[in-house]
Design a protein around this ligand. Structure first.
Ligand code: 13P
Length: 235
């Protein structure tokens, strides 16, 4: 059975005042699922030790003249054990290509981090019935050889469902996750991301090939995030 993950992506949200939420998440995290938060890098070293944490991006290199960037070794040094790679906001805001995402993912492994590799189609691509073709191309281009269920978690995040309140339907999620399961085998953890909330979490976690969620807005407050983690642990 794949490991279950309730993963929070705080994106560019949170100053030290938000550490109280991280403490509450650490205290309330249920058994039966791995609960983790990927805060802004400025907060990584201050996160509670009892809560797993991750970066949101890493540069492929270990060190060097790359102003503003962070290496996975630095994230690990600050306490991270995970790193998100290939998030659609990075692909859009920073022009990250599949090849770059692949290099980041390999770099994350080098530093001992588990990569949370994100893939997802745009609304135009879905309406043109290209979803599976797009996901296939992203996976083929960005998932390195050597990926294992221990070093990599896959997150399906349809771009049109991120931050929009428009969650994919269970049928849409099931179609993609069943495809991913067929492509990747029985043991990889497959997360869904895009407007996950306590109100829709149980329905998503009831799907056979959904092993957790990558949650944005609803991960910022313990009161919103813990019920999602609990629904996952109970699924
Ligand atoms: P929301 O949960 O805010 O839609 O964000 C999803 C996401 O992008 C997580 O990485």
């Amino acid at each position: 059975m794949p490991t279950k993950y309730a993963a929070g992506n705080w994106k560019m949200n949170g100053t030290r005042a938000a550490l109280a939420e991280a403490e509450a998440i650490a205290k309330g995290a249920p058994d039966g699922a791995v609960t983790l938060i990927c805060p802004p890098a400025t907060l990584l070293a201050a996160m509670p030790e009892s809560l797993a944490s991750g970066g949101q991006y890493c540069h492929p290199n270990t060190s060097g003249a790359h102003t503003g960037d962070l290496s996975p070794e630095m994230l690990a040094d600050a306490g991270a054990t995970f790193c998100i790679t290939g998030h659609s906001e990075r692909r859009t805001d920073h022009g990250e290509t599949d090849a770059h995402v692949r290099a980041q993912t390999e770099a994350a492994w080098r530093a001992g981090l588990t990569a949370i590799l994100c893939i997802g189609e745009t609304l135009d691509q879905r309406e043109a019935e290209q979803t599976i073709a797009v996901l296939t191309e992203q996976l083929d281009g960005s998932l390195p050889d050597g990926a294992t269920p221990e070093n990599t978690v896959i997150a399906y995040e349809p771009v049109w469902a991120i931050g929009t309140g428009r969650v994919a339907t269970p049928d849409q999620v099931a179609e993609v996750h069943d495809f991913l399961r067929g492509k990747l085998g029985a043991d990889f953890a497959l997360l869904y991301g895009g407007s996950v909330k306590a109100a829709n979490a149980a329905e998503l976690f009831a799907l056979t090939n959904v092993n957790g969620a990558l949650v944005g807005g609803a991960s910022l407050k313990a009161a919103d995030f813990l019920p999602i983690a609990e629904a996952l642990a109970a699924s």
